[in-house]
Structure formats: structure tokens, C-alpha cells
Write a protein that binds this ligand. Structure first.
Ligand SMILES: Cc1cc2nc3c(=O)[nH]c(=O)nc-3n(C[C@H](O)[C@H](O)[C@H](O)COP(=O)(O)OP(=O)(O)OC[C@H]3O[C@@H](n4cnc5c(N)ncnc54)[C@H](O)[C@@H]3O)c2cc1C
Length: 383
């Protein structure tokens, strides 16, 4: 295995780093304080090809491989993982589904505008009674002539409140279980559709929402893929989202490590810099060790995905390692900063609040352990 970045990837890393420093960090506090989404940022990311980084150029993307995408996502998350999520997360989740499953007409109508930053597209699978257990969704779609009529609720949907279009996982016949599931898309102006922002810890400049569908009528042609493959097709997007979340975890951890090193050299107690105390060095060394190994696992999962090789357990390991590291790194950084780390004066408090979220979406720790266990033991302990 060789994860030496090539010249193009090194350049992308530098572009991402500079963009984060210039376009994200200076505005973060302002948008977080106002609890507002930075729409300019979405457009700036689109202009640079960040939204569709892994989408072919013919659909307005940048046509890069997953390892390159990871390198960029990591740099952007150093500034703010949740700002990265709200700006380009829909390109990763919805973009992948549209690329891999939608017909040509739908690609032109949805994927190209998404890559250009003209449309935000959310993907809604999770419901109040169906989180990890996606097979038990209740949101239903019934056929009425040439239309599907959607009724149900989806919650914790990224970009749900700002999306122009929503791709929604529906059940067309509950007796069929997953074989009755399908993906339908609808416009935010569809009669009967409404949303309400969720008040979460972290994600202060983001948008996660509950979506309500009350007799929402959509044409039959709004089905993406076919009935019976809705869940598998959603999981195609979720697979890429997991890679993004893994890159985000290492970005958060890198930011916390950098900040802790800088601060511990500046802050003096007992007559010398904190960095001169062995216990502080131990914390920093341990963060470095965990970050280095998590990054390798994330790059490895990306390279397997690039080669179209099986990567379920490797990606689950990457997601689990990196997002748990993000929580631990931000907690440890706050300990090194003391009370100052709890304020927005330093770049660790916002990571602390955001990192716990990254543990949950894209599958919880337990779900990823079950995925790894299933492959190693050849027993599905979930169903
Ligand atoms: C910031 C954020 C953004 C999100 N964005 C989206 C989005 O865009 N679209 C979308 O559809 N969803 C989204 N989600 C929802 C997310 O996918 C779910 O929260 C996640 O799948 C877990 O579901 P749940 O929260 O209902 O937890 P539950 O499934 O109720 O799980 C609760 C706990 O029980 C554990 N558990 C459950 N089953 C088992 C089991 N069999 N064995 C052991 N432990 C188990 C879980 O691991 C977890 O610890 C988002 C969530 C967050 C926080």
C-alpha cells in the first residue's frame, strides 16, 4: 500500500487549506452566532468544483477520485466539519445516488444543477420510528393514477430546511418490506410539504430538519431507480457519505492537535510553557498516534473504493476510528486549553460540539461494529 499523495492531490490539499483559512474560518463565528447557513460559501464551493468533486465533468463535477476527495474534505473540515457538511454534503449523498441510479433525464435536471450550486438536494431516509433500522420505515407512497402520493415524517435530515429538492425513501407496500421501498424526489414547493429546523447541539451554522409529507403528489416519473431497490440505492450514497464523515473526523482531529500544540507552547503555568510538562506531551503524542493511524485507515478505504474493491468493513473501521477520534481529540484539546477551550476564542469548542454529531449520522458505532462483525464472523447479528 502506498498513500503518498500525487502532485495533483498535494495541490488540492493546498487549495483546500487556503480556502478553509480564507473563506471559512473568518466567517464561522458570525454565522454560528446567528444560527444561519452561509449560502455564499455553498456557491463559492460550487464554483471551485468542490460540491461535485467525485462527479464526472460531463455533469458539472470535477471528476476526481475518492482519495483526492478525501484530501479536500479533510482540509475543509479543519475549519468546520458542519459548515462543510451543509455546503457540500448534499453533493456527496444526493450526488452519488443521482450519478449511480438516476436516469439521464434526471441527471440533467438534478445532478448538473446540484454540482453548479444551483440546487441543494437533501436525502431523507430516517424517521421517528426508523433510525438504524431503515427496513422499518413507515413513510408511504400510494399510486393515484399518474402520481405517487407521499405521507409520513422524516427527521434529522441534513439540509432538509434549505433544500430545493428532497429525495425521499418511501414504502410502496409494507407487506413487501424492503422489496416495497423506492426513492422518489419532490420539489420543496410541493403542496403538503413542510419542514422544521432541529435544534441540535453543534451544527450551529448548519441545517438539520424534520420533514413532513402530507398528501404530497409527485409524478410517477419522479422515481429514482426502481421499486424494491430504494434502500440499496440510498445506501450507495450513504457509502460515499461515510467516507466524507471519515475524512471529516481526521480534519477535526488535525485541527484540535494543531491548536493544542500551538497553545501549549504559548501558555505558561508554574513558570514554564504547558508543552514542557510530560503529561501534556503525552496527551499530544497520543493524539498524534491515533490521528496517524486513523488517517491511514481512511485513505485505505478511499483507495479500495477507487479500485471498486469490496470495502464495507474497512470503511466502517475508518468511520468509527476517525469520528470517535474527533470526539476524543476535541475533548483532550479542551482539557489542554482549560477554560479558554470552552469559549469560542479558540478553535476547539466548535469542534467539540460538532464532533459528537459525526459519530451518529452515516451509522452509529454499534452499526459499524455489526457490519465488521458480520463480515468477520459470517453471521448477521442485526436481522
Ligand atoms: C447531524 C445529523 C445529520 C443527519 N442527516 C441525515 C440525513 O441527511 N438523512 C437521513 O436520512 N438521516 C440523517 N440523520 C439521521 C441519522 O442517520 C440517524 O440519527 C442514525 O442513523 C441513527 O438513528 P437514530 O438516531 O434513530 O438512533 P437509533 O437507531 O434509535 O439508535 C439509538 C442507539 O441504539 C443503538 N442501536 C440501535 N440498534 C442496535 C442494535 N441492533 N444493536 C446495538 N445497538 C443498536 C444505536 O447504535 C444507537 O447507539 C442525521 C443525523 C444527524 C445527527
Amino acid at each position: 500500500m502506498d498513500f503518498e499523495l500525487n502532485e495533483e492531490q498535494k495541490m488540492l490539499q493546498e487549495i483546500g487549506r487556503r480556502f478553509a483559512e480564507k473563506e471559512m474560518t473568518p466567517y464561522l463565528k458570525d454565522f454560528e452566532n446567528r444560527r444561519e447557513v452561509n449560502f455564499d460559501l455553498i456557491q463559492k464551493m460550487a464554483n471551485l468544483g468542490f460540491i461535485g468533486i467525485h462527479i464526472p465533468k460531463e455533469y458539472g463535477g470535477a471528476g476526481m477520485d475518492y482519495l483526492s476527495a478525501v484530501v479536500l474534505w479533510e482540509q475543509l473540515s479543519i475549519a468546520s466539519w458542519t459548515q462543510t457538511l451543509i455546503s457540500i454534503g448534499h453533493g456527496i449523498l444526493a450526488g452519488t445516488i443521482l450519478l449511480k441510479v438516476a436516469n439521464e433525464d434526471q441527471k440533467q435536471k438534478l445532478l448538473t444543477p446540484l454540482c453548479k450550486g444551483e440546487k441543494v438536494i437533501a436525502v431523507a431516509t430516517v424517521e421517528p420510528n426508523a433510525g438504524s433500522d431503515a427496513r422499518s420505515i413507515e413513510c408511504k407512497a400510494e399510486l393515484d393514477g399518474e402520481h405517487w402520493v407521499i405521507n409520513g415524517t422524516k427527521n434529522f435530515i441534513s439540509a432538509g430546511g434549505i433544500a430545493d429538492t428532497i429525495i425521499v425513501l418511501v414504502q410502496t407496500d409494507k407487506n413487501l418490506g424492503p422489496k416495497g421501498m423506492a426513492l422518489l424526489y419532490l420539489d420543496k414547493n410541493c403542496e403538503g410539504f413542510s419542514s422544521k429546523r432541529s435544534d441540535l447541539i453543534g451544527d450551529r451554522a448548519g441545517d438539520v430538519a424534520t420533514l413532513y409529507f402530507s398528501n404530497c403528489k409527485v409524478p410517477k416519473g419522479n422515481m429514482i431507480g426502481e421499486i424494491g431497490r430504494g434502500l440499496q440505492n440510498a445506501l450507495i450514497g450513504i457509502d460515499t457519505a461515510r467516507l466524507f464523515l471519515s475524512a471529516g473526523g481526521i480534519g477535526i482531529a488535525q485541527s484540535c492537535l494543531d491548536a493544542a500544540i500551538k497553545y501549549s507552547k504559548e501558555r505558561k503555568q508554574f513558570g514554564k510553557p504547558l508543552a514542557g510538562f510530560q503529561m501534556i506531551q503525552s496527551k499530544i503524542a497520543r493524539l498524534y498516534i491515533r490521528l496517524s493511524s486513523a488517517r491511514l485507515q481512511v485513505y485505505y478505504a478511499a483507495s479500495l473504493k477507487d479500485k471498486k474493491l469490496p470495502h464495507a468493513k474497512e470503511l466502517s473501521a475508518a468511520k468509527l476510528l476517525s469520528t470517535e477520534l474527533a470526539v476524543d481529540a476535541s475533548t483532550e484539546a479542551i482539557r489542554i486549553f482549560g477554560a479558554y477551550g470552552c469559549s469560542d476564542e479558540y478553535p476547539v469548542a466548535h469542534h467539540y460540539l460538532d464532533s459528537i454529531l459525526s459519530n451518529i449520522l452515516g451509522g452509529t458505532r454499534e452499526m459499524h461494529e455489526l457490519t465488521i462483525g458480520k463480515e468477520l464472523l459470517d453471521i448477521n447479528a442485526m436481522y
